[in-house]
Design a protein around this ligand. Structure first.
Ligand SMILES: Nc1ncnc2c1ncn2[C@@H]1O[C@H](COP(=O)(O)OP(=O)(O)OP(=O)(O)O)[C@@H](O)[C@H]1O
Ligand SMILES: [Mg+2]
Length: 226
């Protein structure tokens, strides 16, 4: 097995058969020991965080499979905290696609002059560039097309898939009286150029609230998977 990339929260290996193996680590993003799903640095290490992230990811990717939504998921090994996936190439050097149901986080920071904290948003989709050096800047459909990262057609495919996937997650959380405020997804292309959901869907990629209170990733895993 060959280590291809060591990320903030996962390591990516190439398997003998060409598939990839994602190893979920106990590192979580945040700043100064406080968890923040929007942060670009590892803020703390929590024992069991990797396994919990994988359990939620497995749960959601299996739901998406039932609904025939294309993803990279093949299988998961919960003891090892690893997941086997279809290798994908990302758009440009990587994009994050965010779907928002309430105004919090970076959206509120940017548009606070015009929106109230927690204001309802209608599955609003926005794309950001994975560019730590430039704090993951948001990018418009026109700009994505102009710089050659996505065609307009691909943009619309991504937007639609994002809203479908976010709705699946939102509905699952709602079954446990948890409300999804926002979620961040990643996509790539497989060897046949099909667009797939890649990476993970765990507490670290979303903001979930119960009775108006933010639910930490480990707590979310307990509520949703058990
Ligand atoms: N099926 C896949 N094929 C190729 N790359 C993938 C696939 N699934 C996930 N990845 C990539 O693997 C990496 C996982 O590592 P991790 O989530 O720790 O990265 P990260 O430190 O958050 O860095 P990044 O800012 O790139 O997400 C991400 O860069 C993600 O885009
Ligand atoms: Mg990541």
């Amino acid at each position: 097995m060959k280590l291809l990339y060591s990320g903030k929260t996962k390591d990516v290996y190439e398997l003998e058969d060409g598939n990839y193996l994602l190893k979920f680590k106990d590192d979580v993003t945040g700043e100064n020991g406080v968890f923040d799903p929007g942060a670009n640095t590892v803020g703390l290490t929590i024992e069991g965080a990797g396994a919990a992230g994988l359990r939620l990811t497995k749960f959601f990717f299996e739901k998406l499979k039932e609904k025939n939504i294309p993803t990279h998921y093949m299988d998961a090994n919960l003891e090892e905290a690893t997941m086997t996936v279809v290798p994908a190439t990302v758009f440009g050097e990587g994009l994050e696609v965010i779907c928002r149901y309430r105004a919090v986080g970076s959206f509120l920071k940017r548009y606070g002059k015009y929106v109230k904290e927690g204001q309802a948003l209608d599955a609003f989709v926005e794309v950001t560039l994975k560019d730590d050096e430039r704090q993951d800047p948001p990018i418009s459909e026109d700009a994505l097309d102009m710089v050659g990262i996505l065609t307009k057609e691909e943009y619309h495919t991504l937007k639609e898939l994002t809203q479908q996937i976010a709705q699946v997650v939102k509905d699952e959380l709602a079954k446990k009286d948890v409300e999804l405020y926002d979620i961040k997804l990643e996509f790539g292309r497989d060897a046949n150029n099909n667009i797939l959901l890649i990476d993970e869907i765990s507490g670290g990629n979303m903001r979930a609230y119960k009775d108006g209170k933010y639910i930490e990733p480990l707590e979310l895993e307990k509520i949703i998977v058990s």
